[in-house]
Ligand binder design. Structure first.
Ligand code: TXA
Ligand code: MG
Length: 353
């Protein structure tokens, strides 16, 4: 077991001394969990294959799942990637720093440990002072997947990181809960039109406005398991975001969804199960269950994104057997929310009508 240090950092004005401690660990090949605007990441020197290998071990992550490289400036991108298309430049100027990850052709400097053996590299510039200060002070790009055990919901607080990785990593920088709550959008720019491999903090609509045409990889909108022979984003084929409880997602028109959620909750409670309902503010009061939580208002899907992973973890703490979740509209951040919910359910989707 490792000794894991936890340091509280001021998100507005990260203390230079604490950032220096963290950067030193990165430079020595160690592992530092740090906040970004999306979720907490587990960082290591992206150019040091031994350090990156430690990430996979700490997370128990499958070795073929590549890791996003975090940079502190657009210039860093050109050290890591070649043939950077004009569209990538435009996206960086509009959305960076921010929750958009660009998949580009990798230069040889990027170790195969980081790319999971692919010839592409995923890069992003996070929009949080603590993260940017850490990357700058480390003077290397930082490879960082979400700082959870593989398969668990991504961490949106330092407490979540502790639950999963305490004793397995060197340091946790704690700057409070993250703002966006779902991970970055992963966009593949090695093809034209570009393709969204994972929906996230930057919406499809916002990308379309800048790019004109954007495609969605079939898994992004899938409501059933898709078998992938060559997954372009290997993360697609791994089980993901699963809480311990069984998850059922109820989809359809809002009225019908409400009825179906209540019907299912009653049925499972009758069978002696402890039932959690993941609701929205508008419908919360209609339900009877052992635990009821609201993701937020249906008209504010960014709140749903912010709360989702936290609530999946909370339901597990309250030891419910089943989580019955209302669907939210598939628009804006709702696309990312529904993508995560469907995966968390193992595509256990009930259509209400
Ligand atoms: O918001 C985020 O993206 C967070 C924070 C820490 O930045 N990071 C994150 O990393 O969610 P991770 O490893 O949990 O998810 C990265 C996703 C995976 O689905 C992976 O397969 C995909 O990005 N990915 C990474 N490199 C890729 C590449 N070269 N080509 C295609 N997909 C890639
Ligand atoms: Mg992850």
């Amino acid at each position: 077991m490792k000794r894991t240090i936890v340091l509280k950092v001021n998100p507005e004005k990260p203390e230079a001394e604490k950032i220096r401690v963290a950067a030193k660990i990165i430079r020595r090949g160690g592992l530092v969990a740090f906040p970004t605007e999306t979720v907490y990441g587990l960082g290591a020197d992206a150019l040091n294959p031994e350090a990156v290998t430690q990430i996979y071990l700490a997370k128990k992550r499958p070795l073929d799942n590549p890791i996003i490289v975090h940079v502190a400036s657009e210039n860093d991108v050109y050290r890591l990637a070649e043939n950077v298309p004009e569209k990538a430049r435009r996206l960086m100027s509009v959305f960076w720093p921010g929750p958009l990850t660009l998949v580009l052709k990798a230069k040889d400097i990027v170790p195969k440990a980081t790319t999971g053996g692919l010839d592409t590299v995923a890069v992003r510039m996070p929009n949080l002072r603590v993260a940017l200060a850490l990357i700058k002070e480390s003077r290397v790009p930082i490879a960082a997947p979400s700082a959870n055990l593989s398969g668990k919901p991504s961490p949106t607080t330092a407490e979540h990181v502790k639950q999963d990785l305490y004793g397995r990593i060197d340091l946790i920088l704690d700057a409070g809960p993250t703002e966006v709550g779902v991970e970055s959008t992963v966009l593949d720019l090695t093809m034209d039109p570009p393709q969204i491999l994972r929906p996230g903090g930057v919406s499809y609509e916002a990308l379309s406005e800048v790019l004109g045409r954007v495609e969605l990889h079939p898994t992004v909108v899938a409501d059933r398991e898709i078998s992938l022979v060559h997954a372009r984003s290997p993360g697609m084929k791994h089980k993901h975001y699963a809480p311990k409880a069984k998850v059922i997602v109820v989809e359809g028109e809002p009225e019908a969804v409400r009825r179906k959620v209540q019907e299912l909750a009653e049925e499972h409670r009758k069978n002696g199960r402890s039932v959690g309902v993941l609701a929205t503010d508008e419908n919360k009061r209609f339900y009877k269950a052992n635990v009821i939580k609201s993701l937020g208002a249906r008209r504010d899907l960014s709140s749903a994104a912010r709360n989702l992973f936290k609530m999946l973890r909370e339901f597990d703490e309250e030891k419910v057997d089943i989580i019955i979740a209302e669907s939210v509209p598939i628009e804006g951040l709702g696309l990312a929310v529904m993508n995560r919910l469907r995966k968390a359910s193992g595509f256990n989707i009930v259509k209400a009508d």
